[in-house]
Each structure stands twice: as C-alpha cells, then as structure tokens.
Ligand binder design. Structure first.
Ligand code: NCD
Ligand code: ZN
Ligand code: ZN
Length: 347
C-alpha cells in the first residue's frame, strides 16, 4: 500500500552550508527539498558585516545547481564590535533576515561570539526597533555547569534577562533540546519561537554513548535524556506555531568527526523530510508536518508560505539514502536514524 503527502515546499530555519568545496557538496542536498533556509554565519572567519553577508550570499548563489529554486536567507554573526547601523542597514535592504548570537566558546566556530551581553545591548535595541529577529544558540559556557544542563541554565541566566531587558526583540531559540526550553517558549505570549532539529526528534543521549561512542550522533546542544526527546516530539507535532523546523544540518568531514576530539554536528540535509514524515506518522500527526516544516516558520519571520509543493511518498521497501556524500576533500556521513524509513521525496 503506498501513501503520499503533499505540502507547500518546506523551509529550513537553521542551516550550515559552510564554504568552498563543502558548500558545493552540501548545497544541492538542501536545495533539492527546501525553498529557503536561514544560513548560519559561523564561517572562519565569521560573517559579521553586511558586506560579508553579501559576499557569502553571492558565493552560495554561484554554487547553486542550475535550475534549483532556493533562496538563502542570510544572517550576521553578532560580536561585541557589531555596528548597530550596519545591522539596521543590512536588514532594511533585505540583505539579512536575522542576527545570530553565539555565546563565545559555546559551539563550532564561536570564538568571536559574545562574552559580555551588556556590550551588545545597543545592537539588540536597534534590532527590536527594526523588527530584525535574533537567533540564539542557547547554552552557557560556564565550565562549572554540566553540559547536559547548559540549555536550562542559559534560559535562566541569559535568555530570560535579555528578553526582559529588550522586550520588543523577537527571538528564536535555536535547536531546542530540553523540556525546559519547550516550556519556556510556551510561557511567552509573543516574540519567542523555537526551532527543533530532525535528529533531536530521533536520538537521545543513549544513542550517542551506549554500545560505543557514535561520533555522528554528537552535536551541540548535545542530545539529552529520553524525557526531553519526548517533549520535543510533543512540541513539534502539537500544531503550536511557535515551533518550526531548523535542521541544524552541520556537515563536518568524517576525519574531523571520527577523531580523538570529534567535531559537533549532524548532517541531515539529505534525508530530513523522509525522516520527519516517519516521526510525524509515528506520533499520529502526519497532517501537522505541514505546519512544522512549511507554515510556522514563514509565519514567525513574516514571509509568505511557498507556492510550490513537495510530495512525500511511503513505499513498501525501506528507502535507501546515501551513507555519505563526497566533497572533494573527503566524505561527510549522512545522519543514519538507525531504523528503516519507508518515506522518500517524490521526483
Ligand atoms: N550544531 C552543531 O553541533 N554544530 C554546528 C554549530 C551549532 O549550530 O551550534 C556547526 O556549525 O557545526
Ligand atoms: Zn548552535
Ligand atoms: Zn547550527
């Protein structure tokens, strides 16, 4: 028996495309299924000015396969030296869609991030005025705080005080991984949303650590215990418009992940939509995938829902996804959910 589901073409509200050979290898994987994506600015060096964002957008457009229908929505990497006027100009021109806050040292390429939040108050106030959203990597970096608690502590120590200090600022809590994060987003009347990744709906911390360490399941924020994964599933499949898809597809070469000090990031661009169909079907919420992947994100960002459509089909045989993609510099492993998936994207 075959089944199918057609939705408005989805968007990815949190994506790492990198640069150079990696960009050319991973961009087609996202452009195939997604119409737009919020492009993370954590390159080396980071995308900090409007001019940087313009140049990066040009490199992405140059790397797009012929005939692809994909729009990169650019972001700036917030530093303590960010000029509020440059942000305001880039946003007014439509060059950027959001600004990204990385606490310094929290994740991959975050060394230029923010240490002293008072130093970015002026930029945040200008963004609140112009309606430019702030996307946040929500983890504290205090070495005293256990890595599994870093998201919950960030909410109390940083995010909530920041939102109270700049109440009109629109904030996206990226890659929520805890029940605490879900509850915090639900507690806000307006101006706060959360992205949820594909892999955090699928794995908990046992998947990373039981039976041998699995570097391809290691990402930041690190997957938490099962009760948190269930809270994420509940939120994603609830129909609540404050939650939408941000894959956080974050490619690293296999050599960099399968290492004594492996990089954080799961590469899910290739198979995200079939995996999500599997998860939503498992939760008895297939009809809500459209809200999560195609409608809630544009709603928050004030953009139109895509006119084009994407069709997912469920076949009798498990779908065969590539195990890895080639970049020219080495392979990147595609996220393996560890169970058979019968959904695929129709041609
Ligand atoms: N999510 C990750 O584990 N890694 C991301 C950075 C990030 O989104 O925090 C990356 O750039 O590799
Ligand atoms: Zn992050
Ligand atoms: Zn990310």
């Amino acid at each position: 028996m075959s089944q199918s589901l057609t939705l408005p073409r989805p968007d990815d509200w949190h994506l790492h495309l990198r640069d150079g050979a990696m960009l050319r290898a991973v961009l087609p994987e996202s452009a195939r299924d997604f119409a737009r994506a919020i492009i993370m600015p954590n390159l080396v060096p980071p995308v900090v000015t409007g001019a940087d964002a313009r140049a990066y957008r040009d490199r992405i457009m140059a790397a797009l396969p012929a005939g692809a229908d994909f729009t990169p929505l650019m972001t700036l990497y917030l530093t303590e030296a960010t000029d509020p006027a440059d942000v305001a100009r880039a946003h007014a021109e439509g060059l950027i869609t959001a600004v990204k806050l990385y606490p310094a040292g929290a994740t991959t390429n975050s060394a230029s991030g923010v240490r002293d939040f008072d130093r970015v108050r002026g930029v945040l106030e200008a963004m609140a005025e112009s309606g430019c959203p702030l996307c946040v990597h929500g983890e504290v970096t205090d070495p005293e705080i256990d890595i599994f608690d870093r998201e919950a502590v960030f909410i109390d120590r940083v995010l909530d005080p920041l939102r109270r200090a700049v109440p009109k600022l629109r904030v996206v809590m990226e890659h929520v991984t805890t029940r605490d994060g879900i509850d915090y987003i639900k507690s806000a009347e307006s101006g706060l949303a959360g992205t949820i990744t594909t892999h955090h709906l699928i794995i908990n911390r046992n998947h990373i650590l039981v039976g041998g360490i699995k570097p391809h399941y290691y990402c930041l924020p690190v997957a938490k215990r099962e009760s948190h994964r269930l809270a994420l599933r509940g939120a994603a499949t609830s129909g609540d418009a404050r939650f939408f898809l941000g894959t956080d597809s974050a490619p690293h070469l296999d050599d960099a992940k399968e290492s004594a000090c492996g990089c954080a990031g799961c590469f899910t661009a290739t198979n995200t939509m079939p995996l999500l169909a599997h998860v939503f079907e498992e939760e008895g919420a297939l009809e809500r995938l459209e809200g999560f992947a195609s409608r809630h994100g544009p709603g928050f960002y004030g953009l139109p829902v895509n006119d084009a459509t994407l069709t997912l089909v469920k076949g009798n045989a498990p779908t065969r996804f590539p195990a890895h993609i080639e970049t020219g510099d080495g392979p990147v492993t595609v996220f393996d959910p560890g169970f058979p998936v019968h959904w695929s994207v129709a041609d």
